[in-house]
Each structure stands twice: as structure tokens, then as C-alpha cells.
Design a protein. Structure first.
Length: 390
């Protein structure tokens, strides 16, 4: 089996003693005609993680762990790093495999994932990335819901829109693998990103016209629990996402994204509109190194965006029955920016006031149902199709 492909897996780790054992076992227990190079990059854990990592490394070294593939080589280090992206990159720089991926220290791979992925790469030489589906799991590994991906669409992956009002990252990081030749072509993960480094990498690959192949097979489990980055704050990912939008869409097209950015800060700060604006504008600290012309354009885009955010806030406040707050938001929005840039949002917010509470709620119901139908047909179709388990 000397010609078996080598799969390099990197696990960035920091204080996840409760779960890292399950992560490690999900890697080294994979069965098939391949070899595993497993690199655990621990950031100096103090909760017992280091002892767990060392235990499995010693079992493999002694030959006391049952190996079900052509071979497993595990290497690990523990020490201070510059964050998750740095840890991933330090592992990837050592990668000797033909294919690579990273799995966080609380997530898991499904049995058979590596065999399926290696076979898919060999059967699809044009594929630079292979990504699949998975389950979102709780502390005990119980499924909370399914994560069903779909084929790569660069426009959608670099968008944010009221019709789905969510980041459109539908690629499951835990279920994503790539050829290590990709590192030469587009580099490693951007260490300026601390929350959406995976999305930045996928969209950078898409921008470079690399081939991202989706396979409708469950490959991993994503543990979404309290204390993880994914649940840290409803605005935590926005700085990284806006930087992705700026890079892929350009500063001159950022007002729509900034509008939702401000709106989400308003909701997070319980509709203290002025206070939310002050906090949200910290995004400009990230853009200080940009050329003056681009910085000025970003400021213009933010001035166009803030009134729209005010009208979105007014609509949300009306739904909650806070008509005084809604009126204040409308007044603030009317005093800012170019009328044409906010006409639709202003009209909808004002119409809600004219109709009164009951009629406005009926209008909201019609709009919400229309949006759901659109989402179901255009984006969430896989969740509504009858399908057999892979």
C-alpha cells in the first residue's frame, strides 16, 4: 500500500479537554486505503488537553491503538500561538499529504469520511476542493440539525441579503478538504481573520477560479455549544465578513452590506441607534492602512447605509409594538443621507405606521411567507427534498 494517498489533518487546539479525545479518535480511527498525517497544534492549554493529546500520541507510538488504514503518523506541539489561523497555518506548512483539511478540537469526522474523500479526489482530478454535508451536534454528540450544503456559487458566498438575512456561508468547514497544491496557488489562511478565516479561504479560492466540488454526503459533525466562537456574539463575525465583502465586491458597493451591519448592531444594543453606530464604526480601525481614496469611499458608503439601517430598525420596532421607538428611528433615518438610497426601506416603515398594528402584521405575514417560499425554492431546497441517507 506504498502508493496510498496521504491525508494531512491539522487540529488547532486550546483548552478543549472535554472534547479533544473524541476529535482525535475520529481522525485516527478512519478506515481505508490511505495514510494519515495528523498534526495537533495546541496553543498552550492548561485544562488537561495536553495530557489527552500526549496519551493518544503515545498509544500510536507504541502501536497500542488499532489502525484501520495504511498508517497513521501523529505529531503535536503545545505553546503560545497568535490564534487559530496561525495554528492552522503552522500545521499546514508541515503538510506532506496530497490532501489536507483542518478540524477543530471539539468537532468530529464521520466514519468513512477519509475513504470517501480520497476516492472522490482520485475520481475527479479537476476538483481542487471537496466539501460535503454533516450534522450540527451538542455536547454529547447528539444531532441538533443537519447541515446540507450545495454547489459553490461565488456571488452568493460573497453576499448578504434581506431575503435570507444571514451570512450565506453554506460550506461546512468541518466537511471540507483540499489538495495541498492549493497552498502554492492561493497561499494559506489569512491570519488577520479570527472568525471567518474559512469563508475567506473558500471565497479566495472561488475568486481564483479554483474548482470547489460539493458531494451530498455527511462527512463531519460540528459541535455548536456555549463558549465557542460560533455562539460568542451575534456581531462577532461581521468584521471579517465585511472585509470579505470589501475585497470581493469593492468599497464602492459596500453600502448594502453596511446597512445590515449597522442594523445587526442596533438589535444587539437593544436599539440604541446612536450607541450602536459608535460601536459599529470600529470597523474603520481595520481599514486604517487602506489608501485615502478607498477610506473616503468606505465612509461615503457608511453614510448611505446608516439611514437604511434606521428604517430596518423602525420596521423591527413596529413588529415589537414599540411605535415611539419606530418613529424616532424613522426621524433619524430621514435626517441622514441620500433619499434615493433609502426610499424602499422608508416607504415600508412608513406604510406600517399608516396601516396600523393589525394590518401591518398581516402585511408582514404576507412578506415573510413570500420570502420563505423564495428561500425554499432558491437556497434551502435540499432541506425540503425527500432523500435517503447516504
Amino acid at each position: 500500500m506504498s502508493d496510498c494517498p496521504v491525508i494531512t489533518i491539522v487540529t488547532p487546539s486550546f483548552n478543549q479537554a472535554a472534547y479533544i479525545g473524541r476529535t482525535i479518535e475520529s481522525v485516527i480511527s478512519q478506515e481505508g486505503a490511505f495514510r494519515i498525517e495528523y498534526l495537533v497544534m495546541d496553543g498552550g492549554s492548561t485544562d488537561g488537553s495536553v495530557e489527552t493529546i500526549g496519551h493518544y500520541a503515545e498509544l500510536l507510538k507504541r502501536g497500542d491503538y488499532p489502525i484501520r488504514c495504511a498508517g497513521v503518523r501523529m505529531e503535536w506541539v503545545s505553546g503560545k500561538d497568535r490564534g487559530q489561523s496561525d495554528a492552522i497555518n503552522r500545521g499546514l506548512r508541515k503538510a506532506a499529504g496530497a490532501f489536507a483539511a483542518y478540524i477543530n478540537s471539539d468537532d468530529v469526522y464521520c466514519p468513512g469520511a477519509f475513504e470517501f474523500v480520497s476516492r472522490t479526489f482520485l475520481d475527479n482530478p479537476q476538483a481542487d476542493f471537496v466539501y460535503g454535508d454533516g450534522d450540527v451536534i451538542d455536547e454529547e454528540g447528539r444531532r441538533q440539525w443537519e447541515w446540507l450544503s450545495r454547489p459553490y456559487n461565488h456571488r452568493v458566498m460573497t453576499s448578504y441579503h434581506f431575503l435570507w438575512n444571514d451570512f450565506t456561508n453554506y460550506i461546512m468547514q468541518q466537511a471540507t478538504f483540499w489538495r495541498t497544491d492549493v497552498h502554492r496557488r492561493i497561499g494559506l489562511f489569512d491570519e488577520d481573520f479570527h472568525f471567518a478565516m474559512d469563508v475567506e479561504y473558500w471565497t479566495r479560492a472561488g475568486h481564483a477560479r479554483l474548482n470547489l466540488l460539493h458531494v451530498p454526503v455527511k462527512l463531519a459533525g460540528f459541535r455548536m455549544i456555549s463558549g465557542t466562537k460560533s455562539l460568542s456574539s451575534p456581531v462577532a463575525f461581521w468584521s471579517d465578513q465585511l472585509e470579505i465583502f470589501r475585497r470581493r465586491r469593492g468599497a464602492g458597493k459596500l453600502s448594502r452590506f453596511l446597512a445590515f451591519y449597522y442594523f445587526n448592531w442596533m438589535k444587539y444594543r437593544n436599539f440604541d441607534l446612536a450607541g450602536a453606530r459608535t460601536e459599529a464604526d470600529s470597523i474603520f480601525d481595520r481599514w486604517q492602512a487602506l489608501l485615502g481614496r478607498e477610506q473616503a469611499e468606505l465612509r461615503r458608503q457608511s453614510e448611505r447605509a446608516f439611514p437604511v439601517a434606521c428604517f430596518l430598525a423602525a420596521i423591527e420596532l413596529q413588529k415589537r409594538g414599540d411605535f415611539e421607538g419606530a418613529c424616532a428611528a424613522i426621524r433619524l433615518g430621514k435626517d441622514r443621507g441620500n433619499w434615493n438610497s433609502r426610499r424602499l426601506a422608508f416607504f415600508y416603515a412608513s406604510l406600517n405606521q399608516v396601516l396600523g398594528y393589525k394590518q401591518a402584521r398581516r402585511l408582514d405575514t404576507i412578506v415573510d411567507r413570500s420570502i420563505q417560499l423564495y428561500r425554499r425554492k432558491r437556497f434551502d431546497y435540499r432541506y425540503h427534498r425527500q432523500r435517503s441517507a447516504p
